[in-house]
Ligand binder design. Structure first.
Ligand code: ADP
Length: 272
């Protein structure tokens, strides 16, 4: 960063799988803060970083997706200059205390709006989780980290099938643990459902969603899960939405349009 001379580092914001993220000030316009993701060349295959950037650039024109301002290679290292989300991650927000119902609804609606935009651009995120959802001023939620994302159509416009699951197992739907190839969009919807559950219950519904589920009994899992979903007592509309979104059969699972038309999406809660 110092070599770059354009930016003044302020503090480290976080450490990702492949590198560090720094809060910086642009020297030319000191009031202008941004986040810089620094990916050292030794840590990641170039191809991977380039793919992440190209996918992110395809779908960053929405207020609920973190914007990329620029990116450049310095020798083998990569610097990605991004919009700075100054209120941390949804994960840290959830850890710091219970969310009011209207705030849960607000975050969920923004997550769905961001996902709708990303999917319309032909991209699936495949790693939706509270640590990848950033918050900026006025509680605007921003989807970040496109490291696991991919295009879900092939060059002929046909839907691709995923054969190797990526992302975070706790947020995976059952089809990711199965032996068969699956379509990608319903995965993001399921993960959004787990995020909704997490916002209300402050824990994921099952920690058993691990590698050993590879051969699990889907029906049993479904029953346990439904029971747990019904334990989220706070709100009937949330329960209904969770029941539809966390549907183990991806063909039966709610679509983005179903969610947008749900009671939970439409009802008006008192402002926090
Ligand atoms: P990974 O790719 O390993 O999931 P990232 O490199 O995207 O992680 O980010 C690591 C951490 O840096 C995040 O959890 C978050 O706390 C912080 N961070 C990343 N991007 C931004 C940003 N644009 N604004 C503010 N904080 C960010």
């Amino acid at each position: 960063l110092k070599q770059q001379n354009k930016f003044e580092p302020i503090r480290k914001l976080g450490k990702g799988t492949f590198g560090e993220v720094w809060l910086v000030r642009q020297k030319a316009s000191p009031n202008y803060l941004c986040a810089i993701k620094y990916v050292p060349g030794s840590r990641v295959e170039q191809v991977h970083t380039n793919r992440e950037i190209s996918i992110h650039l395809t779908c960053h024109g929405h207020q609920n997706v973190i914007r990329i301002y620029s990116h450049q290679m310095i020798r083998d290292d990569c610097l990605i200059v991004e919009e700075y989300a100054n209120n941390g991650t949804l994960h840290s927000r959830i850890c710091s205390g219970y969310l009011t119902i209207d705030l849960v609804q607000r975050y969920f609606k923004q997550l769905i709006a961001g996902l709708r935009y990303i999917h319309e651009k032909g991209i699936v995120h495949h790693d939706i989780k509270p640590r990848n959802l950033l918050l900026s001023v006025d509680n605007v939620l921003k989807i970040a980290d496109f490291g696991c994302s991919s295009r879900f159509r092939d060059v002929y416009g046909k839907l691709k099938l995923i054969t190797q699951a990526v992302g975070t197992t706790k947020f995976w739907p059952p089809e990711c643990f199965g032996r068969y190839a699956y379509h990608a969009q319903p995965v993001d919807i399921w993960s959004a459902g787990i995020v909704l559950y997490y916002m209300v219950a402050r824990e994921v519904p099952w920690n058993a969603a691990s590698e050993k589920c590879y051969n699990y009994n889907c029906w049993k899992l479904h029953q346990t899960f439904k029971k747990q979903v019904l334990c989220v007592k706070n709100n009937e509309e949330i329960q209904k939405t969770l029941g539809r979104v966390l549907e183990t059969d991806p063909c039966q699972r709610a679509t983005l349009a179903d969610i947008e038309n749900s009671e939970f999406h439409k009802c008006v809660y008192a402002r926090y």
